[in-house]
Design a protein around this ligand. Sequence first.
Ligand code: URA
Length: 209
Amino acid sequence: MDGLTIVQHPLVQHKLTILRDRNSSTQLFRSVVREIATLLCYEVTRDLPTAPVTIETPIAVAEAPAIKGKKLVFAPILRAGLQMAEGMLDLVPSARVAHIGLYRDPLSLEAVEYYFKTPEDCAERLVIVVDPMLATGHTAIAAVDRLKEAGACDLRFVCMLAARPGAEALRAAHPDVPIWAAGLDEQLDDHGYIVPGLGDAGDRIYGTR
Ligand code: URA
């Protein structure tokens, strides 16, 4: 699918299998979400521009590349996105964090907003929206809508697992927002869960079910 990158690295694929396994403990699930997020962060930032800076090594003055421009924003969709944001902050500790409180209405599956806070200058920053599951796409689309309303214009979306219908919906609503995922499943069930998927990511991260 145009604009969708599935990260095929063996470590990512192995760790995704651990997430899919219903016998993985809460502790394991939580730590592996963080690890995959770090690896996906490496991929999604692959093309960040750099500029030479002058530094002093212990031996000599040298020019060396450094990331150019304003710090990134990670925008986790609450609550499951929080653990992904932690994994990305492991790699980019100076990033800013926007919080997007959205939940899926269990009947309509539509996104309902209850919290939204982003850095004021997000128009000048790359904003990476993170949510483990891209299922129907409703929540992802609503999150990107809100970030664009707040001025963001350079956005990327990163998830653990995408469902084809959700990825297609997000690409159709926001063709300017590329998607990175560790896996792509074809189907959703009647409750909007990804099949075979990995279950409810928030519940498995926080041990609430
Ligand atoms: N959210 C989840 O946590 N899991 C799914 O399969 C779909 C949405």
